[in-house]
Design a protein around this ligand. Sequence first.
Ligand code: MF3
Ligand code: CO
Ligand code: CO
Length: 313
Amino acid sequence: MRLLTRYCDFKILGGKRSFFGRKKYDLGTCNLVEPGIISPERAVPDHIVKPDYYFGYKPPGSDDGQPEIKTVDQIHGMRESCRLAANILKKTCDITKEGLTTDEIDAYVHNEVIKANAYPSPLRYMGFPKSVCTSVNNVACHGIPDDRKLMNGDIINIDITVYYKGYHGDCSRTVLIGNVDERGCHLVSSTEASLNEAIRCCGPGQALCVIGRTISRFAKRRKLTVMPAFLGHGIGSYFHGPPNIFHFKNDYPGTMLPGMTYTIEPVLTLGDIEAEVLEDGWTAVSVDNARSAQFEHTILITEDGCEVLTLPD
Ligand code: MF3
Ligand code: CO
Ligand code: CO
């Protein structure tokens, strides 16, 4: 696909430049990331209960159909898997620092998940080769852990999903490595705030499209852009299912109902909306090399509001 220069230190688009008929973006400074070397698959011990796709069964590909309304037992299962995902995400963010490779992060996550008697959901999901997604700088989403060392000034999204007692719990955060420039800090804090704003709007009887409206309005106020290609999703005994959660302004149908569990996971960028997937079939990068940030929670719609399930203890 595209040839990206590894570790090339540069001021993207010379900082601020205007193109005829295009918007102005101040992209700040960062290191451009391109895929590195991926280590062999990590083993999962026999006693860990694995999802069907581990054995080569294709997960149900369709996002159509009605969102599942969870029973009390299913909600209990979701609470447990989500809390585990959140606790491992917190620990992982705490150890993430300059000099660590994303493969070392993968090893850490893999071992923590297995120690907790859970399965790292990304591994073998639709052929994904690793146990966590690590997306650095211009990688918007689904970055594959590799031998690249984290550098001062990087921003990295760590997206952890665990499969525990039959349920997936999914969450992610973007972490600052060392001294990140002002634009990067603005991007990361605003993206987290946009997720929190959207969560505040969730409750029974609300239209699902208030999520996208809220996030896009918030992004606009912060002079940032939502990358529309990346959606949240229903989640349960399956990793991805209905409803689709759009993070951009839309008027698509659908209502939040008690017992629904879904993720909200906006990707905001300093640059333009376009993303493309590299030849590895996973790594989604911004076309303009701009940085993006992402935060993700799994939430439950309750009788009187919503509950964030992916909160650490
Ligand atoms: N955790 C991601 C999400 O938020 C999905 C990763 S799919 C994988 O939906 F295969 F890359 F792991
Ligand atoms: Co995720
Ligand atoms: Co998700």
